[in-house]
Design a protein around this ligand. Structure first.
Ligand code: UDP
Length: 322
């Protein structure tokens, strides 16, 4: 069978870069996107490619997903409601899209026995501030009534579904947990910090640092993520496995703001905003999030190639060209 990848959520930030990477690697690519957070402009440059197909529709449509999975040799399931701010604002939608959507896609992968990669998230680890976090580490979560944790829980259900579809039914599924992935085409509209800070810096507006700014994250360039995803589906014996993907270059959010101000030569000042104003009363943030990536490193020689300053400059170039 020819190599034909289905990417659910393919018009999104990560999906559109993955589509480019798969086309470069000789795949035919079909993307399914309902354009809720994905954008046509992310994939417009691919539309003249005869090996590329765009289907506008939802992963919640069983008949559509049935047809598209049957036509594909493998599936990358990226369609999800993501972004902390979006999840806090629309928790019901995020729960249903994330759980029902994954269930439908996995059921079709089962029906046609197709390899399926499920994208999960570092939110899985919740408030576990140990570092670096290993795939087998504990999840530490707050109350399920706090919207943020509903996303972590929905994604955990996705992971469990993928795992048991493999264990009980033999579906060749694997899971990746993506840590703070950034790059061109990411929008700040759903809360993501780097595109926001870049946009604020370029407009010489205040940089909105939430909380103390001492919380840390590790940012990875989307191209390093998508090339790892493409390699991963190509290697055998990964079924039923879960892999962290992320950078280990840790930086506090306040230092990130300073670095972006410096790199853009901006006149912006840092403005601290309490969490309850930024999100909602009682909002809980992760103080630290660093991945242990030794498992994927051992398997495919995974190592991020972009330094933080290079990532920021790539985003700056994109934001200026918009
Ligand atoms: N953040 C911030 N200002 C913003 C947006 C986010 O200080 O305008 C903080 C946020 O509270 C978190 C970090 O930046 O501590 C990363 O946020 P993001 O939503 O990008 O990712 P996640 O929280 O999922 O790591």
């Amino acid at each position: 069978m020819k190599m034909r990848a289905l990417i659910t959520g393919g018009a999104g930030f990560i999906g559109s870069h993955l589509a480019e990477g798969l086309l470069e690697n000789g795949y035919e690519v079909c993307i399914l996107d309902d354009l809720s957070t994905g954008r046509l402009e992310n994939v417009r440059h691919l539309q003249n490619n005869p090996k590329f197909e765009l289907v506008i529709g939802t992963v919640l449509s069983e008949s559509l997903v049935d047809k598209l999975v049957e036509q594909s040799s493998c599936v990358f399931h990226l369609a999800a409601a993501v972004g902390v701010e979006l999840i806090v604002k629309k928790p019901l939608e995020s729960l249903t899209t994330n759980i029902k959507g994954s269930e439908i896609v996995l059921e079709m992968a089962n029906r046609y026995r197709k390899k399926i990669l499920i994208t999960s998230t570092s939110e899985i680890y919740g408030k576990n501030t140990n570092g670096p976090l290993k795939e087998t580490d504990d999840r530490i979560l707050g109350s399920p009534l706090k919207a943020r944790w509903s996303y972590s829980t929905a994604k955990a259900v996705d992971e469990m579904l993928a795992y048991v579809y493999w264990k009980e039914k033999g579906v060749p599924s694997l899971i990746v947990r993506l840590f703070n992935t950034v790059g061109p085409r990411q929008t700040g509209a759903y809360g993501m910090v780097v595109p926001r800070f870049v946009e604020q810096a370029l407009k010489n507006k205040n940089i909105t640092v939430y909380g103390t700014g001492k919380q840390t994250r590790c940012f990875i360039h989307v191209k390093d993520v998508t090339s790892a995803l493409i390699k991963l589906v190509g290697v055998p014996n990964t079924e039923g496995e879960v892999f962290n993907i992320g950078s280990q270059e840790e930086i506090s959010i306040e230092d990130l703001a300073k670095e972006i101000i410096k790199l853009t030569k901006s006149k912006s000042k840092i403005m601290h905003i309490p969490y309850e104003k930024a999100y909602e009363e009682g909002f809980e943030d992760m103080q630290r999030r660093v991945p242990d990536t030794s498992k994927i490193n051992k398997l495919i020689g995974f190592k991020p190639t972009y330094k933080l300053s290079e990532i920021v400059m790539d985003i700056v170039r994109y934001a200026k060209a918009k």
